[in-house]
Design a protein around this ligand. Structure first.
Ligand SMILES: Nc1ncnc2c1ncn2[C@@H]1O[C@H](COP(=O)(O)OP(=O)(O)O)[C@@H](O)[C@H]1O
Ligand SMILES: [Mg+2]
Length: 264
C-alpha cells in the first residue's frame, strides 16, 4: 500500500532523511519511533505529498507520488487521514466547519449530507456538544479530537490513518480517550495505521491494547499482557536512517546499543 524506496530529504544543509526504505501493507500497523528532530513528521508529510524528497521514490499502490501533479495528489490523499502533531485547526472556523471544510468546499456538496457526516464524526469523538464552538473555546484534548474527526471525513472514509504524536502534551485521562479512539479505528474499522511517536509508552499502548465490540453494541477496552496486535511492526529512526525495523519481540531482544538505550 505504501512503499518508500531510498528516500532522501534535506532542509538547507541539514540532511534529515539519508536513505529511508520501508513498506506498509494494507491492514498493517506500524509505529515509527525516534527522538525529537529525527524526521518522523517529515516522513508522514512526504507520504501525503506535502513536499517532495530530494531523491528516492514514494509508491502508493505502486504509483510514485513524487512525480505527481497537485491534482493527482489530491486524489491520492483521499485515502489518507492525517492527525497532525499540533491539531492544526483553522482558528476562524467553527468546529463544524473545521471538520467538514473539505466536503463543504466540493462543487456539488449537499449540505445536509455533509452536516450528517460531520455530526456523526463529532459523536464518534464525543464532541457533539461542541459543534458550534470555535477552536479557541476548546481544551487541547478537545482540539485533538476535532483534528481526529476531521481526519476521518470522506465518502468513503480514509482507510489509512497517519497519527503524528497524537497524545503529546495531553493529560493522561485525555490521552487515554484519544488512544481508545485510535484503537477502535484499528480494531473495529480495520484501518491501516501509521503511528509516529517519541514516547515509548504511547507506542506500547498502541501495540498492546485492544478494543473489542461486544454483542450488545458496546465497546470494551482491554489492556492485554504483552501480546502485540497482529501485523504490527516497529521502526526506529536515527541519523536519517532506519536503525531498527521489526516485531516487538525483536525490539525487546535487540542487541544494538542504540536500540537498547532508546527502549531503556
Ligand atoms: N519545513 C522545514 N524547513 C526546515 N527544516 C525543517 C522543516 N521541516 C522539518 N525540518 C527539520 O527537519 C528535522 C526533522 O524534523 P521532523 O520531521 O519534524 O522531526 P520529528 O517529527 O522526528 O521531531 C528537524 O531538525 C527540523 O527542524
Ligand atoms: Mg514531529
Amino acid at each position: 500500500m505504501i512503499e518508500l524506496r531510498n528516500v532522501v530529504k534535506t532542509f538547507g544543509r541539514q540532511a534529515v532523511l539519508t536513505g529511508i526504505s520501508f513498506t506498509v501493507r494494507t491492514g498493517e500497523s506500524k509505529i515509527i519511533l525516534g527522538v525529537s528532530g529525527s524526521g518522523k513528521s517529515t516522513i508522514l508529510k512526504l507520504i501525503l505529498g506535502l513536499g517532495k524528497p530530494d531523491s528516492g521514490e514514494i509508491l502508493i499502490h505502486g504509483c510514485d507520488i513524487t512525480k505527481m501533479k497537485e491534482s493527482e495528489l489530491m486524489e491520492v490523499r483521499k485515502e489518507f487521514g492525517m492527525i497532525f502533531q499540533e491539531s492544526a485547526l483553522f482558528d476562524s472556523m467553527s468546529v463544524r466547519e473545521n471538520v467538514g471544510y473539505r466536503l463543504y468546499a466540493q462543487p456539488h456538496a449537499n449540505s445536509e449530507t455533509v452536516d450528517a457526516q460531520v455530526e456523526r464524526l463529532l459523536e464518534f469523538v464525543g464532541l457533539s456538544d461542541a459543534i458550534d464552538k470555535m477552536p479557541s473555546e476548546l481544551s487541547g484534548g478537545m482540539r485533538r479530537r476535532v483534528g481526529l474527526a476531521r481526519a476521518l471525513v470522506g465518502d468513503p472514509p480514509p482507510r489509512v490513518l497517519l497519527y503524528d504524536e497524537p497524545t503529546a502534551g495531553l493529560d493522561p485521562v485525555t490521552s487515554h480517550r484519544i488512544m481508545e479512539l485510535i484503537l477502535s479505528l484499528r480494531d473495529i474499522e480495520g484501518a491501516t495505521g501509521l503511528l509516529v511517536t517519541q514516547d515509548l509508552k504511547v507506542a506500547w499502548f498502541f501495540a498492546n491494547a485492544r478494543i473489542v465490540a461486544k454483542p450488545d453494541g458496546t465497546r470494551e477496552f482491554m489492556t492485554v499482557p504483552p501480546a502485540p496486535a497482529p501485523d504490527l511492526t516497529y521502526l526506529l529512526l536515527s541519523g536519517g536512517q532506519i536503525r531498527f525495523e521489526g516485531t516487538q519481540q525483536e525490539l525487546l531482544t535487540s542487541k544494538d546499543a542504540y536500540v537498547r538505550d532508546f527502549i531503556g
